[in-house]
Structures are given as C-alpha cells and as structure tokens.
Write a protein that binds this ligand. Structure first.
Ligand code: SF4
Ligand code: MG
Length: 321
C-alpha cells in the first residue's frame, strides 16, 4: 500500500517559563518521539486522554505547529522544514476539521463566504464558478443550496459541522485531520456526521487521521487505531486486532469502559487509579507505570520501545519481550 504521510520521530516540546525573569524552567513534552505511517485511503484513528498529545501531533503533521525534532513527509516530500511560501502548495492538500464548529466558523461570514473563502484565496475561479462549487459541496454534505446565504448561528451543531466539512473539502484535499469532529455533538447526531464523513471519504478518495478521546467513536470509521499516552504511542494496530486482542494494559483499560453488545468482546471493567501525570514531569521508565495494574520493577527503570508483535500490531510494554 502507498504511504501518504510519514511521521518520523516527531517531538514537540513547549517551554515552561517561570520566575521573575521568565526563564525556561522546563518543558511540556506534548509529543515525545512519535513515528507512524498513514496509508493512502485509510483512516487512522488516534485515541488518548486530554494531555496525551494527540491534537498537538495533528497540528505538527499539518505544520500548524513546527516540530521540535523529527520530520513529516507528505507524498515523500519533507514538509516539516519547508518555507511558508513552498508550504502553500501543500496546504490545499491537507485540511483540518475542528471539534467545535461554533469556535471554528467565523459568525460574521455567511455559509457561502465560509465555503468559498478557500476558493477565493487559493484558486483563480470566477465568482460564478465559486458559487456553483459551493452549492455542489453543500449538497454533498447534506445541506441545501438555499443555505448559502445563511449564517452559522442559524444552524444546529451537527449542521454547523457539515458546513466545516464542506469548507474543508473546497480545495479537493487528499488528507483531512478530523480533530474530535463529533465530540461536541449530541450522541444522536454523532453517527450521522460519522456516516457522512465515511461516505465522503469513499467519494473523494480521502485519507483521514481521526482524533478522538475514546475508543468507541473511532471504532467504525478507522482501519487502524493508535493509542497515545503522555506524548507517546502505547499501541498501534489494525482495528480488529486492537479491539479483539488489546495488548497494552492502558488499551485494555480503555476498552473495558467501552460498552459492548458483543458477548465475546465484553470485558470486566478495569478502573485506572490516579490521574494522568504531568507531561512536564513524566514518570521514569514506562510513562503508564503509575496507573498500570501490571507494573513491575523493570517498568520504573527502562522505557519500553514500540515492538512489532505481528500483522501490523505494535505495542510498547515490557510484558511482551
Ligand atoms: Fe504496565 Fe510495565 Fe507495560 Fe508500562 S511497561 S504498561 S508499567 S506492564
Ligand atoms: Mg474507510
């Protein structure tokens, strides 16, 4: 399979300033050495608690943030060190849909202006071509041509997310980062928006990186799933392998709290004790050890590397060596 995006040893550290002179007194290691490939046409789900680094990783991949170390390749081209001018060529190929369509859509712009703005800025299309494209996009996302003259506040949360999706599709992107696009929506609306995104993926040959904070949201849409903990990948695997045979104790705990109607996959609930440690002062050795029911001596000393366990299933845990 063809790889569209390659993430190579990405680190993103944010300085912590302190004292009267605002010196750098430490770093938040938001993303701490992440490598992964995203194949053309797939959906890679990325799951983690807030503070796991999943959104920061998404922003580094799109170069909305510069990495501290490492590189991102898009169609084999290193985009992490391109000048802003050169980066503009790639911008149209890579889009993002944010969690909160209230915050991400300018309330003073009409739906037509919102969807056509990227066309105005990035293409030489005429006004009538832009209008036609906009109407076509609105219909693709389940809105009406007559919605073009309305404003975001006239729509429900789910419809607003459809507007964001239409805007993201305007420049015919190849890759879309979906950053918790349904988390702010009512549960009854979530499935509709997820189904829409899956249909659009097939129709427009899109590749998705789909960020979520729990494993139930990404279950249907993902081909593979990565679980992040404190800036690192704990486990990454094809969907079926991850849900049927989770190897990392953290994944096992997350899955035990996903309601399952499937008797085979029903698990005893594992309660994680303690809070997520601070990413500015992560535990030595395995970052998960302060909450891991299976932590042992070695876990405090040695950081587990991500190891291949067969058929594309990787886990970072000393239980498997
Ligand atoms: Fe738990 Fe140790 Fe595995 Fe970390 S390495 S997940 S602490 S068993
Ligand atoms: Mg798919």
């Amino acid at each position: 399979e063809e790889v569209l995006v390659q993430v190579k040893n990405i680190k993103k550290y944010f300085p912590i300033k302190g004292g009267i002179l605002k010196h750098t007194i430490g770093h938040v290691k938001a993303v701490d050495d992440v490598s992964l490939d995203i194949k053309k046409g797939e959906t890679l789900g990325v799951v983690g608690e807030s503070g796991s680094g999943k959104s920061t990783l998404g922003r580094v991949i799109l170069r909305l943030l510069n990495p501290t170390e490492g590189e991102v390749l898009f169609e084999n081209q290193d985009i992490s060190h391109l000048s802003n001018r050169k980066l503009r060529e790639y911008r149209k190929d890579m889009q993002i849909v944010f969690q909160d369509p209230f915050a991400s859509l300018n309330s003073k712009m009409s739906v037509g202006e919102l969807v056509e703005e990227p066309l105005l800025v990035q293409t030489s299309m005429t006004r009538s071509e832009r209008k036609e494209k906009c109407i076509n996009l609105l219909e693709k996302v389940g809105l009406r041509a007559s919605d073009r003259g309305k404003y975001p506040h006239e729509f429900s949360g789910g419809q607003r997310q459809r507007i964001s999706i239409a805007r993201a599709l305007a420049l015919n992107p190849k890759f879309i980062i979906c950053d918790e696009p349904v988390s702010a929506l009512d549960v009854s609306i979530q499935a509709q928006v997820l189904n829409l995104m899956a249909d659009l993926q097939d129709e427009f040959d899109l590749t998705y990186l789909f960020i979520a904070h729990d494993l139930s949201v990404v279950k249907h849409i993902s081909d593979r799933v990565a679980v992040m903990y404190l800036g690192r990948i704990a486990e990454i695997a094809p969907k079926k392998s991850l849900y049927d045979n989770p190897l990392h104790p953290y994944t096992q705990a997350l899955l035990s709290s996903v309601p399952s109607t499937d008797v085979k996959n029903r698990r005893e609930k594992i309660h994680l004790t303690g809070d997520l440690p601070s990413p500015s002062d992560p535990p030595t050795g395995c970052a998960f050890r302060t909450r891991c029911p299976q932590a042992h001596d070695r876990c405090a000393i040695e950081r587990p590397e991500l190891k291949h366990r067969g058929e594309g299933h990787y886990v970072a845990c000393h239980l498997y060596k």
